[in-house]
Design a binder for this molecule. Sequence first.
Ligand code: CA
Length: 422
Amino acid sequence: MNPTTNPRLTSWIPVPADSHFPIQNLPYGVFRRQTGGPAAVGVAIGDQVLDLSVLAARDLLPGGYFDRPSLNAFFAAGRAVQSGTRAVISRLLSADEARLRDDSALRGQALVAQRDVEMLLPCEIGDYTDFYASREHATNVGTMMRGADNALQPNWLHLPVGYHGRASSVVVSGTDLRRPCGQTKPADAPAPLFGPSKNVDFELELGAFIGTGNDLGTAIPADRTPDHLFGVVLLNDWSARDIQAWEYVPLGPFLAKNFGTSISPWVVPLEALEPFRVAGPKQDPEPLPYLKTKGPEGYDIQLEVSIQGAKMDRPHVVCRSNARYLYWSFAQQLAHHTVNGCNLRPGDLLGTGTISGPVPESFGSMLELAWRGTKPIAFPNGETRSFLQDGDRVTMTGWCQGDGYRVGLGEVTGVILPARSV
Ligand code: CA
């Protein structure tokens, strides 16, 4: 077993059992102190941030990766550096390790409360690709559009369907977004209309960050994923369904998707998720050889989405799903993406696509939860929703449940603001 994920490991920093950030997690993020100073790379532990740039300046960690406003250099450093760094951080935070625990001056410099920092995007994202890897989601959407008999397109069970998204509008949790304006074509309208989207939706996804890339012209084999995928975040792929329905033929979604994509700030390394690997859904028909993997490639990550409208006094959970429902694994997404020789670079982001499960409560978008407006979601204060209203806050969270601890992804949250006047 990897000693950094040992369930019995404890830290001298107190961590409540329901915290997402015990010593078994150690996710990386980029932060800036509210007191000022440059952005730096840190690790979350309990309700604190461990400033890795301070530890590197004392030669406790390697230099060149952490005194900077992005994780790209660390993503590119490769597994040996990444695993070695994780092992050192785990050791420094362990209950029986005195080096940092008993040095109050160093501790004062290296630890800062999470409430006293601003979290930034974890890296410069060169490219963003969004897959469509949940069979339940693809089936639900296909059923609504084409009927149950033709729900899945002929290619769907043979390859992880994806498209190239837009990296410039990926934003960190806490960023509010304007309701987008665009063209829509209601069925009964003789010509397209222009105005604010009426069908703004969320999509519950995970995002995976590329660590070491691959050269143009080479492919990443499915069983080499751990060398190239660094870690995961929560991802809300905001969508304007009415704009999408009119614009998507024949090249796929465009302005319906690129007005904003929100991610959680803490990147949880695959190493931390290793104890929570599970078998994914059985794949039938059997995938082609380049998409075959050996071990269990699913992850048991419980996922929740809540909505809080402007007039609601608390968030209301509208979806409970799990990453284990994904039909196409990260490994298969990566293998497929590069099988033609397409090069991925450190900090590129892969979205899984909406993660829906088998029961209605586990559907990962409002399109599915309210079944295209036919079954509006009811809230405790009497309000209903088929799609998001101005002022609605959408919050996603996710965690792996260990025995007495949680390895969590934190949360991604954002509010839909009124459209700009047009
Ligand atoms: Ca999506």
